[in-house]
Write a protein that binds this ligand. Structure first.
Ligand code: IMP
Ligand code: MG
Length: 210
């Protein structure tokens, strides 16, 4: 795994985005964001490359079958958007929101459905798309929940997994990267709802959550 030092430009929101001048008050303070982060784990380019590889595998595994991809809000928004656009097969998309964390960094294991699917899963091939599997408690609960709705199959695709943090054994068909047991943010992943908009994945400096 490439661990890069957070360069000056990595977390910066440019003051000019694609030629438009943004008012200063709308800009993320790049110095604040940078000082909250420790390392860049995966750059935008790393993520794009890996997501494209996963999409190619999924295309080939589900060839000739209709697939419903289910994104878990809000963390999986970025990976769903990039994965869906990299898939060449027909897919339908739906979303669920579940809560497993407050604003802390430890999984509670208590899962609540905040937003349910609009799709009837009966007879469908379902692929749950997640940002990260930490303890695995959320996903094992979610997989069992979706399996109880009569689908043809339910598999899981996650961009990140922390094998050392696993509290339950869960079968994950597609994993982008296995990462150490450290809190990460960016590319959909938040800490207290912040940092989701970063286009890379980085580790959070301990002073932010201690
Ligand atoms: P689990 O139930 O412990 O597997 O946690 C699942 C959820 O916790 C993920 O979908 C994330 O929303 C959140 N989570 C776990 N680890 C991290 C992390 O390192 N950064 C940000 N969110 C995390
Ligand atoms: Mg999530």
């Amino acid at each position: 795994m490439a661990v890069l030092s957070l360069g000056k430009t990595a977390a910066c929101r440019p003051s000019r985005v694609r030629g438009f001048d943004y008012p200063q008050e709308l800009l993320v303070d790049s110095h604040d964001v940078q000082s909250d982060l420790k390392h860049v784990l995966y750059t935008k380019e790393d993520i794009q490359r890996r997501v494209n590889e996963l999409a190619a595998e999924i295309d080939s595994d589900y060839a000739g079958r209709d697939l419903l991809i289910v994104g878990v809000l809000k963390g999986a928004v970025m990976v769903m958007a990039d994965l869906a656009r990299a898939l060449h097969s027909h897919v339908t998309m739906d979303w669920m929101a579940v809560s497993s964390y407050g604003s802390g960094t430890q999984s509670s294991g208590v899962v609540r459905i905040l937003k349910d699917l609009e799709t009837d899963l009966m007879g469908k091939h379902v692929l749950i798309v997640e940002d990260i599997i930490d303890s695995g408690l959320t996903l094992s609960w979610l997989k069992a929940n979706l399996l109880s709705r009569g689908p043809a199959s339910v598999e899981i695709c996650t961009l990140l997994r922390k094998p050392e943090a696993a509290k339950v054994n869960i079968d994950v068909k597609y994993v982008g990267y296995n990462i150490p047991n450290e809190f990460v943010v960016g590319y959909g992943l938040d800490f207290a709802e912040k940092y989701r908009n970063l286009d890379f994945i980085g580790t959070l400096a301990p002073h932010v959550y201690e």
